[in-house]
Write a protein that binds this ligand. Sequence first.
Ligand code: GRG
Length: 292
Amino acid sequence: MQDIEALLQDYRRDIDCYLEELLEAQQIYSELKEALSYSLLSGGKRIRPILTLLTCQLLEGNQGAARRAGTALEYIHTYSLIHDDLPAMDDDDFRRGQRSNHLVFGEGMAILAGDALLTQAFQLLVEVDLPAEKRCRLVNLIAESAGVQGMVAGQAMDLRAENREVELAELQQIHRKKTGALFRAAILSGALCSDYSQEEWQALETYAEKLGLTFQIVDDLLDVVGDCSELGKEVGQDFRRGKATYPALLGLEESRRRAEKAASQAKESLAIFAERAGSLRELVDFVLERSS
Ligand code: GRG
C-alpha cells in the first residue's frame, strides 16, 4: 500500500493546486467564493479525478484534458456533499473534519455554492481540450451520470427509502445511481480523453461497476465501525436516520465478504491491460482498506 499512498498523495497535490488556480482565475462575489473554497479546498480523497487521470494514463491519453474532466467531477461531487448535508437532506453537521458548509455560511449560501459548483463544472467541460465530438460525449456522459439518470435519481430514491423496509435489489439500485454513476463517469472520462478499443471500454465499465460497489459497501461499513476523527464526520448516522445499508440488510460479516468479492472482481476485470493497470488495481485495495 506504501507506493499507492505516495502516488495518491502526488495526484492530490496536483489536483488541489489546480483547484486553487481555477478559483483564483475567476472574479466571484466574495462570500460565494469563500463558501466555494471552503468546501472545494477542504481535503477529500480526490478519488474521482484520480480515477480519471489513472485511466487516461493507462491508455496514454491527453492528461491535460483528463485533469480538467476529473476536476469537473470533483466540483460535482463537492456540490453533492454540500447539498447532501443540508437540513432538508441528511442534516449533517460535519464534513471532511470541519463544520458543514451551511452551518458556516447559512443555508441559502450553501445551496448557491452547490448550484455554482454544478454550473462551473460544465463550463470546465466545454473548455476541455478534445475534438468536438469527444467533448460532446464527455459532457453527455457526465450530465447523464450526475443528473436524473444517475446521482440525483439515486439521492431521490434514497430520500424515499428512509424508515421503511428495503430489499437488497432496491439498495443496489440506489447505490448504483447515487455513488456508482459518478465513479463510472470518472473512469470512462479518462477513456474519452484517450483512444481505446471496444474491449478496453467494456473492461473499464466492469471495473467501474465493481469498484463503485466496493466503495459503497465500505462506506456503509465505516458508518458502523469507522472512527469519526478519521472519517471527519459523525458515525452511526445511517442507523439513526433509518437508512437502508449493506450492514443493516446483511450484517457486518456478509457485507465485508461482498466488498472483498467486488474488489477482486474489479481487479480481475483489468486482465486485458496486464501489468499496465497496476495503479488501478492498487487503488481497489486502497478503497477496500480505507478508514476515511
Ligand atoms: C445532493 C444530488 C445530491 C446527491 C448527494 C454525495 C451524495 C449524493 C450523498 C452523500 C452521502 C453518502 C455517504 C454517499 C455515499 C458515498 C459518498 C459519495 C461518500 C463521500 O465520498 P468520498 O468518500 O468523499 O469520496 P471525500 O470527502 O473523500 O471527497
